[in-house]
Design a protein. Structure first.
Length: 95
């Protein structure tokens, strides 16, 4: 049976077994190397209020929040896109 992807959709390489994590959206159990993890900055203050406070010289704290998604949720949220077969060989960060 032909393979769709050379790495079978994982970043495991020659490791053998890897642990599992839980998708932050749907709760699916996904291998660590297959999950799509995104780090975004989070601030508890609303953006409009934060802009006003920063103009006055206040320091607004920002915290990095790391979220891991399964493939289905990552595609649904637009974190990764579905690419054509000839574009799958090219890594998206090399553009």
């Amino acid at each position: 049976m032909p393979k769709k992807r050379e790495n079978r959709g994982r970043r495991k390489g020659d490791k053998g077994h890897v642990g599992y994590i839980t998708c932050d959206n749907c709760g699916a159990r996904v291998p660590e190397d297959k999950a799509i993890c995104v780090t975004r900055m989070y601030t508890p203050v609303e953006p409009a209020l934060a802009a006003e406070l920063e103009k006055k010289g206040a320091i607004i704290p920002r915290y990095p929040v790391r979220k891991c998604y399964c493939i289905n949720c990552a595609i649904h949220f637009g974190i990764v896109k579905i690419r054509a077969e000839n574009e799958r060989k090219i890594h998206p960060t090399t553009f």
